[in-house]
Ligand binder design. Structure first.
Ligand SMILES: [Zn+2]
Length: 170
C-alpha cells in the first residue's frame, strides 16, 4: 500500500518537475532573445558614444563594429560547442535528464540565433588582409597556410602565397 502511494506521489512529482522545466524553457528562450538584442544595442551605443567623442567617423565605427560582431559571434559559437561537449559527458546520469532537456533547448535557441547572425555576417566571416581581428588562427583560402594572431591586430597578407583572404579557426 505504502509503495503504491509513494509511486503515485513520485509520478506526480515527476510531472510537476517536467512542467517546471517546460515553463522555464519558455522563459529562458525569451531571456535569450532579449540578450541577443541587448548585445546589438550595446555595441551600437558604444559606437555612437565613440563617434560623438570624435574617436572615429560614423563609417569607420560601422566597420569596426562589424569586426567586433564577427569576433563575438565566433567566441559565442565556441562556447556553445563547449557546452555540447559537457552535455555528452553528462549523458549517463539519468537524474539529469530534465536538466539536459533544458540545456539542449537553450543551446538550440542560441544556435538558431547564431545561425541568423551568421547568415547576416557570412560575407564578413571572410577575413581579409588589413582588417582588425581578435587573437586566433587564420587559414589562407588559397594555400591553407595557418597564421596565428597572438594579439588583437591587423591581418597580414599570407606569408606563403601573399593571399589576402582567410577563414578563422574555431
Ligand atoms: Zn596563402
Amino acid at each position: 500500500m505504502a509503495d503504491k502511494k509513494n509511486s503515485a506521489e513520485e509520478k506526480k512529482d515527476i510531472g510537476l518537475y517536467e512542467k517546471l522545466a517546460e515553463r522555464s524553457r519558455a522563459f529562458i528562450k525569451e531571456a535569450e532573445e532579449q540578450t541577443v538584442k541587448a548585445v546589438g544595442i550595446a555595441i551600437d551605443k558604444a559606437k555612437e558614444e565613440m563617434v560623438a567623442a570624435g574617436d572615429f567617423s560614423h563609417e569607420h565605427g560601422e566597420r569596426l563594429k562589424t569586426f567586433l560582431q564577427r569576433d563575438l559571434f565566433l567566441s559565442l559559437r565556441d562556447v556553445s560547442k563547449a557546452e555540447d561537449v559537457a552535455k555528452e559527458v553528462l549523458e549517463p546520469h539519468r537524474v539529469l535528464a530534465g536538466i539536459q532537456g533544458l540545456m539542449a533547448s537553450t543551446l538550440e535557441t542560441v544556435g538558431e540565433k547564431l545561425e541568423d547572425w551568421a547568415a547576416k555576417l557570412e560575407k564578413d566571416l571572410n577575413f581579409k588582409t588589413g582588417e582588425i581581428t581578435a587573437p586566433g588562427t587564420l587559414s589562407c583560402k588559397k594555400c591553407q597556410k595557418k597564421i596565428k594572431m597572438h594579439k588583437m591586430g591587423h591581418i597580414p597578407p599570407c606569408p606563403e602565397c601573399c593571399g589576402t583572404e582567410f577563414h578563422k579557426g574555431y
